[in-house]
Design a protein around this ligand. Structure first.
Ligand code: CA
Length: 232
């Protein structure tokens, strides 16, 4: 199998060099970019398996790059954030970043996160050979095995995480889960993110599933407790 290619977009050369060194040791092939414009060009030009994207960059910041890449690509993007405000922005905006890690980070954690994000893509690519297991909830059809969702017969574009959250809740209809439980069950114990990630994912999911995301019929909020799935 070809080596997976990781693009590192980071203007601090010392950080970029040490990440590159460690990734190559793990068998990845690595490309680097030291400013935002070069980063965007390479992100779109070299089809990396994952982009490691710093936020503060000369010429164009990481948020802008993330948004631009997402217009045409579903490549996993792991943001490198330095401040709490940046984390807020990654979580709060519709950037489409898959994950973030806060500086300073441990190299072992970074490598684990990179591998986990790439594994998820491989996993989705292999789903097409699975047998269908379609379950119907009102106007929604969820193929639990192939990770496909249709609403009124039309296919919805969900990210893997959005699908996993939907599947988890739909398989446990009417049972209420706290944000902490969902983070642990759907994101997994190795995930270091915070519970706002759950709210952001629920919001995105509602925008895709619901006729009116302000008045949801499928994914319901139980005030002060958490979320549950309801058959409309
Ligand atoms: Ca920087």
């Amino acid at each position: 199998m070809d080596a997976k290619k990781v693009l590192i977009v980071e203007d601090e050369k010392s950080i970029s060099d040490i990440i590159k060194f460690n990734l190559e040791k793990e068998g990845f092939s690595v490309e680097t970019a030291y400013d935002g414009e070069e980063g965007l060009k390479k992100a779109l030009g070299i089809s990396p398996s994952l982009i490691l994207l710093d936020v503060m960059l000369p010429k164009m910041d990481g948020f802008e790059i993330c948004k631009k890449v997402r217009e045409t690509s579903t490549v996993p993007i792991l943001m490198l954030t330095a401040k709490e405000e940046e984390v807020d922005k990654v979580l709060g905006l519709e950037l489409g970043a898959d994950d973030y890690i806060t500086k300073p980070f441990g190299m072992r954690e970074l490598i684990a996160r990179i591998k986990a994000n790439i594994r998820r893509v491989d996993f989705v690519e292999n789903l097409q050979s699975e047998p269908s297991d379609i379950q119907t909830f009102g106007n929604l059809e969820i193929d639990m095995n192939r990770y496909e969702v249709r609403k009124n017969g039309e296919s919805l574009e969900l990210t893997l995480r959005e699908f996993e959250l939907l599947k988890y809740l739909a398989e446990r209809e009417n049972k209420v889960f706290s944000r902490e439980q969902l983070l642990e069950e759907v994101w997994g114990y190795e995930y270091y993110g915070d519970i706002r990630t759950v709210d952001v994912t629920v919001r995105r999911l509602r925008e895709k599933l619901e006729d009116n995301s302000g008045d949801p019929k499928y994914i319901m909020t139980k005030r002060g407790i958490g979320y549950y799935f309801r058959r409309p």
